[in-house]
Design a protein around this ligand. Structure first.
Ligand SMILES: Nc1ncnc2c1ncn2[C@@H]1O[C@H](COP(=O)(O)OP(=O)(O)O)[C@@H](O)[C@H]1O
Ligand SMILES: [Mg+2]
Length: 351
């Protein structure tokens, strides 16, 4: 049997482009080359596609994917030229223009199978306000919040009053459509709320203001299309109060406990809520469901990441490893799910 062509897209336009490169490097070093030929494309910060390396065997451990400093811009290609018949695309891209349905729509137009969320599951989970509405509709527990979507002075003033009435400080102010904690502020006093809203407005015109909770952060990995499977949860153990971009990716002040050291009943409940939320957002391929757990054992879904960090040291693959599914087998599973989703989609279009 000939090898499956896997097209890896990495880099991208969002603030999470560095994590994307690390995730893609993990994929090329761990994938089983008996089954795959891998072609890679780097997406620059300005959105250009540049063809980079091709791999037909495990590269040596020092191999890096080409990025900003090493790509040859003369190898820039038209995005549509990534097309090859029967290829599967793995968009290892996070945040806006990667995880929000845009690249997924583009790949559907090209009639390519792709790993990960469909257009709708990507776009709904990327918008924190839309996601909250959907989770609410299926009674998944969440922290109280106020959504600000009409950016006029009158509305901002009205929402600040609503925050005072419905929430208690601290609150978290978030742009609806970002990732990696970009634009997010923790606000301890009402006098600082307006400045935090203005900061979030630099990144999006839809703003979420959320009740802050003093909670542990516990995550469940979800895998599947119609048939959904979940893992035992893991905990992100923080030695900082606010898990921001600096602490997440630069200072490495995070360790993981897998499985999480929490009561089994809570873990079972979390897995059920994760599956319910995943189905509600039409989850496809994979997702990491991130929960808060307060000292009294109450759980709240914080968010669903439809393309979670995917390095070999990231929570998502490690949660599966704990279930007995290795990183290389996880990639096989994701590719199989991509083909299944593609065939389902195409067969419905032909009816
Ligand atoms: N309501 C909240 N209460 C307490 N901590 C929060 C709350 N919202 C966010 N945080 C902290 O900020 C981090 C980033 O927020 P999150 O909503 O997960 O954004 P991102 O999409 O950038 O990951 C969380 O992992 C958590 O540490
Ligand atoms: Mg998060």
């Amino acid at each position: 049997m000939s090898k499956q062509l896997l097209i890896l897209l990495y880099g991208g336009r969002s603030a999470e482009r560095e994590v994307s490169v690390l995730s893609a490097e993990s994929v090329i070093s761990a994938i089983n080359y008996d089954n795959y030929l891998v072609k890679t494309f780097f997406i620059t910060q300005t959105g250009d596609f540049v063809q980079t390396q091709t791999f037909d065997q495990t590269p040596d451990s020092a191999t890096k994917l080409m990025t900003n400093e090493t790509v040859n811009l003369a190898d820039k290609v038209s995005p549509a030229s990534i097309y090859e018949k029967d290829a599967v695309v793995f968009p290892v891209l996070h945040g806006p223009m990667g995880e929000d349905g845009s690249i997924q729509g583009f790949l559907e137009i090209l009639k390519l199978a792709y790993v990960g969320p469909s257009i709708i599951s990507a776009s709904v989970t990327m918008d924190k306000i839309m996601a909250k509405h959907v989770f609410e509709s299926v009674d998944v527990p969440q922290v109280p919040y106020v959504a600000l979507t009409d950016i006029t002075e009158i509305e901002i003033t009205a929402k600040i009053a609503e925050v005072t009435e419905k929430l208690t400080y601290p609150v978290f102010v978030k742009p609806a459509n970002m990732g990696s904690s970009v634009g997010i502020s923790k606000v301890d006093r009402q006098e600082d709320l307006r400045a935090a809203i203005d900061e979030a407005l630099k990144f999006d015109s839809r703003i979420l203001i959320e009740q802050g909770v003093d909670a542990r952060e516990i995550e469940v990995a979800v895998l599947g299309n119609e048939q959904v499977t979940t893992t035992w949860p893991g905990e992100v153990v923080k030695d900082v109060a606010f898990y921001d971009y600096q602490s997440k990716y630069i200072d490495n002040q995070i360790t993981m406990a897998i499985p999480a050291n929490i009561p089994e009943a809570v873990m079972v409940d979390m897995r059920q809520q994760a599956e319910k939320a995943y189905r509600a957002v039409a989850g496809t391929g994979l997702s990491r469901c991130d929960f808060f757990m307060t000292a009294d054992g109450q759980i709240y879904l914080n968010e669903i990441n439809a393309i979670p960090g995917f390095t070999q040291f990231s929570m998502y693959p490690l949660l599966w490893e704990n279930m007995g599914l290795s990183y290389a087998d996880l990639i096989d599973r994701l590719v199989a799910l991509a083909i299944e989703a593609f065939e389902t989609r195409e067969s419905k279009l032909q009816n």
